[in-house]
Design a protein around this ligand. Structure first.
Ligand SMILES: *Cc1c(COP(=O)(O)O)cnc(C)c1O
Length: 299
């Protein structure tokens, strides 16, 4: 399926000025450049799921997400490329469609809106199946692509990462990408996940549950540095995003990668790393969500 050209994902060194030469190198893996819609890690979490659905004659994929979900819009687009119908179950009844949901519809996704109370039942297979029983041959992909095929697919990101890096840092939502990559990378490469929420306990638990036992101690999970909570931003964060862009010519997204790099900056300022460390930060995409703050950004 030639929809994604993986050669677009380049490794871009950050400007030494930005990290004040405190470590040997900080590079960014630009998974955001893979594709404008199915950007970043979402393609890796979806590809084995969609390939399986196609191989097994499933005609409809069903998945879940909020009104700004990168996963939802990536699923809509990727499913269409595979010739599979998509249905998105959306958290919360929306008064008007967000740009993300408009894009989902444009890519052929049928949207079903459910109350937040009902959405809480999404992990129960019977509930989800009942919601979509009028469709044929369905295949359910959990929220965030958080299943075995999602983790296996994320492990394929390893192909971009050489052994020369001492640290691999990424933004974490469900933990699916980090779990898959943790299992795939050598244990000597220390992984740090930054969760854009106040607490990182759930994601830590997920990684422990889905990684090999000998990986314990080779990773850590950090909560967001600004204390605002998921999807929350302020002028400090958007100011940081603008500065980062000016120094490195890399656009960050307001939900995930901006908070990751803000945390990296805070760790550098605390002299957390040693001068010989070589750090790879993964840009997992999500730029489509920046329309919600476009007035604040210089890019
Ligand atoms: C979805 C997403 C993540 C989180 O991925 P998980 O596999 O759920 O942890 C990180 N960054 C961006 C930009 C995303 O869209």
């Amino acid at each position: 399926m030639g929809i994604i050209d993986e050669r677009r994902a380049v490794i871009q060194p950050l400007n030494k000025v930005w990290y004040k030469g405190k470590v040997s190198a900080i590079d960014m893996l630009r998974l955001d450049m893979l594709h404008p819609v199915i950007s970043g890690n979402k393609w890796y979490k979806l590809r084995l799921n969609l390939a399986w659905a196609q191989d097994h004659g499933r005609q409809t994929v069903v998945t879940f997400g909020g009104a700004w979900s990168n996963h939802l819009v990536a699923t809509a687009f990727a499913a269409r490329q595979f010739g599979i119908k998509s249905v998105g179950i959306v958290r919360g009844v929306q008064e008007s469609l967000t740009q993300t949901l408009k894009d989902c519809r444009e890519y052929g996704m049928e949207l079903i809106f459910v109350s937040r109370e009902d959405y809480a039942l999404r992990h129960q297979p019977e509930w989800a199946e009942d919601m979509v029983r009028h469709f044929d041959e369905i295949y359910i992909i959990p929220e965030g692509g958080a299943n075995e095929r999602g983790r296996m697919g994320a492990g394929l990101i390893k192909r971009f990462i050489t052994d020369s890096y001492t640290h691999v840092i990424q933004a974490v939502g469900t933990g699916t990408t980090m779990a898959g990559l943790r299992n795939a990378l050598p244990v000597a490469q220390y992984m740090m996940g930054v969760v854009p929420m106040k607490h990182a306990g759930e994601q830590s638990h997920y990684i422990s549950a889905h990684t090999d036992a000998d990986m314990a101690g080779s990773w850590e999970m950090l909560a967001e540095p600004l204390g605002g909570g998921f999807g929350k931003w302020n002028d400090t964060l958007t100011g940081f995003m603008n500065e980062f862009y000016t120094d490195n010519q890399i656009p960050l997204d307001v939900v995930y990668t901006s908070k990751m790099m803000y945390k990296v900056k805070a760790l550098l300022d605390d002299n957390h790393f040693s001068s010989c460390d070589r750090i790879l930060c993964i840009h997992s995409g999500g730029l489509q969500g920046n329309v919600s703050v476009k007035d604040k950004l210089v890019y």
